[in-house]
Ligand binder design. Structure first.
Ligand SMILES: [Zn+2]
Length: 74
């Protein structure tokens, strides 16, 4: 995780574009692991805490919508 952050992040949040100390950036999975995403590039990106929280809740909402859609079509 830390190695990926250092390699891809350069201390910049890919959400808001702001510079942050590396220890305040978190690894976000663009495609969540539970949805079959990988733990490697290009599926991981550095996000600051605020952006990560936002992205995670957006992903949770999207998953909830997908689950409802899946039940409808099944
Ligand atoms: Zn950010």
């Amino acid at each position: 995780m830390r190695q990926q952050l250092n390699r891809t992040g350069h201390g910049r949040c890919e959400g808001c574009g702001g510079g942050h100390p590396a220890n305040q950036l978190q690894v976000d999975h663009i495609r969540p692991l539970v949805d079959g995403g990988t733990d490697t590039d290009p599926n991981v990106r550095p996000l600051c805490r605020a952006c990560h929280t936002q992205a995670t809740s957006a992903q949770a909402r999207a998953r909830a919508v997908q689950r409802r859609a899946g039940r409808r079509s099944a």
